[in-house]
Design a protein around this ligand. Structure first.
Ligand SMILES: Nc1ncnc2c1ncn2[C@@H]1O[C@H](COP(=O)(O)OP(=O)(O)OP(=O)(O)O)[C@@H](O)[C@H]1O
Ligand SMILES: Nc1ncnc2c1ncn2[C@@H]1O[C@H](COP(=O)(O)OP(=O)(O)OP(=O)(O)O)[C@@H](O)[C@H]1O
Ligand SMILES: [Mg+2]
Ligand SMILES: [Mg+2]
Lengths: 230, 230
C-alpha cells in the first residue's frame, strides 16, 4: 500500500540547515495496525506529515497505491487527502469558530456520497456518540476539555471511513479508560473494515495494541518489528 | 497555603447550565507535590484554572496565603499570577510569533529583579538547556515538535522561580525518558527550593512521583490520599 524509499526532510532556517529525517525506508501493507515510537524531537510528526501528504520530503520517494507521489502539487495532495486519508493531529487543529458537530461533519462535504445536511449532521452526531461526546455536540472547542477536543479530532478523521488513518498521539490527553475505548475502536475498524492505521504514541500500552512497532530516533529507523502481541 | 471550600463552577450556554465543579473542598500545604487525576471531562483543567487564578468560581471560597481571593478583579488576579504562580497549560499557549527563548524570557519582565535584557536572555537560555532545548533557542513554536513546545511552556512557567507551580498534563507529549527528566526536575525543585507543585496527569507513572494523589470524577473529589511512594 505504502512504500517509502530514502525519505529525507531538512528544514532551512536562514543559513542553518536542520536535517530532521535522514533516510527513511519502509513498507506498509493494507490492513496493518502500526505504532510509531521514538523520543521527543526524533521526527515522528514530520514523518507522519509526509505520509499524510501534508508536506513534501526534500529527497526520496513515496509510493502510495502504486503511484509515486512525492512531487505532487499542493492541490493534488489535498485531493488525495480528502479522498483517502484520515489524519488526527498532535494538536487537534479543530476549527475554533465551529461547534464539535460541525467540525466532525466538515469532511463529508468532500465525500462522493453527496449527503443532505441533515444526513451529514446525523452521521456526525453518531460518530461523536461513538467517542463518548453525544452530549457535547454544540460545544465549541474552547468549551471542551483537552481530551474531548482530541476525541472530536478523532471523530472528524474517521467520518469519511478513509482506507488509511494517521493518528499522531491520539490518546495523549486521555485517561486510561477513555484511551482503551479509543484503541478498541481503532482495533475494531482495523479488524472489521480493514482500515490501515498508523499511530504515533509515547505510551507503551498503546504501542502494545499494534501488530507492528517502528521506532525512530534522530531521524532514522532503529527497529521495525512485529509487536509481541497479547 | 491553599484552601478551597465548596468551590463550584457552572458554565452558562444560552439557557442550558453545564455544572462542572460541584463542590470542591481541599487544603494544600506549602511544599507539597500533588497529582490530580480523573477521567477526561471530569473537571481537572477547570479546577486548575481556578487554583491558578485564571478563572473565578461560581460559588465557594479560595484562600491563598490567608487571603480570600475568589472575588478578585481580573487585574488583581493577573498581578497575583505574575508574582506567585507558574502555570503550564494543557495546550501550551506559547506566543506563536516569538521564539522559544523569547517566550521563556517573557515572565522576567514582571519580576521585581529588573534584569537587563542580556541577563534575561542568559537565564532563559539556561532554563531551556535544563529541559534539553539548548539547541532550539531561536525556533518558533511552529518549528518545534509537540514535546518541545511542551518543554518551552514548562521552562516559561519556572523562569521566575514561583513558589507555586500548576502543571496541566506536563508530560502528555513526552516520551518516557524525557518525561522522567522533567519529573526529576520537578522533584528537585520541590525538595531543594520548596516549590509547591500541583500537576494534572493521566499517567499513573507520573502520579507515582507525587506525595499525594487527588482523584476527581464528575466535578467532585473521590479520593484524596497520600501516594504509596517508592
Ligand atoms: N467554556 C465552557 N463552556 C461549557 N462547558 C465547558 C467549558 N469549558 C469546559 N467545559 C466542560 O467542562 C467539563 C470539564 O472540562 P475540563 O477541561 O475541566 O476537563 P478535564 O478534566 O481537564 O479533562 P481532560 O482530561 O480531557 O483534559 C467538560 O465536560 C467540558 O465540556
Ligand atoms: N518548521 C521547522 N523548522 C525547523 N525545525 C523544525 C520544524 N519543524 C520541526 N522541526 C524540528 O524537527 C525535529 C522533529 O520534529 P517532530 O515534530 O517530527 O518531532 P516528534 O518526533 O513528533 O516529537 P514529539 O514526540 O515531541 O512530538 C524537532 O527537533 C524540531 O525542532
Ligand atoms: Mg510530534
Ligand atoms: Mg484538561
Amino acid at each position: 500500500l505504502i512504500t517509502l524509499h530514502g525519505i529525507e526532510k531538512t528544514y532551512q532556517m536562514g543559513d542553518i540547515s536542520v536535517p530532521v529525517l535522514k533516510g527513511i525506508s519502509l513498507a506498509i501493507r493494507q490492513g496493518e495496525l502500526i505504532a510509531l515510537t521514538g523520543s521527543s524531537g526524533s521526527g515522528k510528526s514530520t514523518l507522519m506529515n509526509i505520509l499524510g501528504c501534508l508536506d513534501r520530503p526534500t529527497a526520496g520517494e513515496y509510493w502510495l497505491e502504486g503511484q509515486e507521489i512525492s512531487q505532487l502539487s499542493a492541490d493534488e495532495r489535498a485531493l488525495l487527502r480528502n479522498r483517502k486519508l484520515g489524519f488526527v493531529f498532535q494538536s487537534f487543529n479543530l476549527l475554533a469558530r465551529t461547534s464539535a458537530i460541525e467540525n466532525v461533519a466538515m469532511p463529508l462535504s468532500y465525500s462522493t456520497e453527496n449527503l443532505s445536511s441533515s444526513e451529514a449532521r446525523k452521521r456526525a452526531a453518531e460518530m461523536l456518540g461513538r467517542v463518548g461526546l453525544g452530549d457535547r455536540l454544540d460545544h465549541y472547542p474552547s468549551q471542551l476539555s483537552g481530551g474531548q477536543q482530541q476525541r472530536v479530532a478523532i471523530a472528524r478523521a474517521l467520518i469519511n471511513h478513509p482506507p488509511v488513518l494517521f493518528a499522531d498521539e491520539p490518546t495523549g490527553n486521555l485517561d486510561s479508560r477513555t484511551s482503551e475505548e479509543v484503541l478498541q475502536m481503532f482495533e475494531q475498524l482495523n479488524a472489521e473494515e480493514g482500515i490501515t492505521i498508523i499511530m504515533v504514541t509515547h505510551d507503551p500500552k498503546v504501542a502494545g495494541h499494534a501488530k507492528q512497532i517502528i521506532r525512530i530516533e534522530d531521524g532514522l529507523i532503529q527497529d521495525n518489528a512485529a509487536a509481541d502481541g497479547p
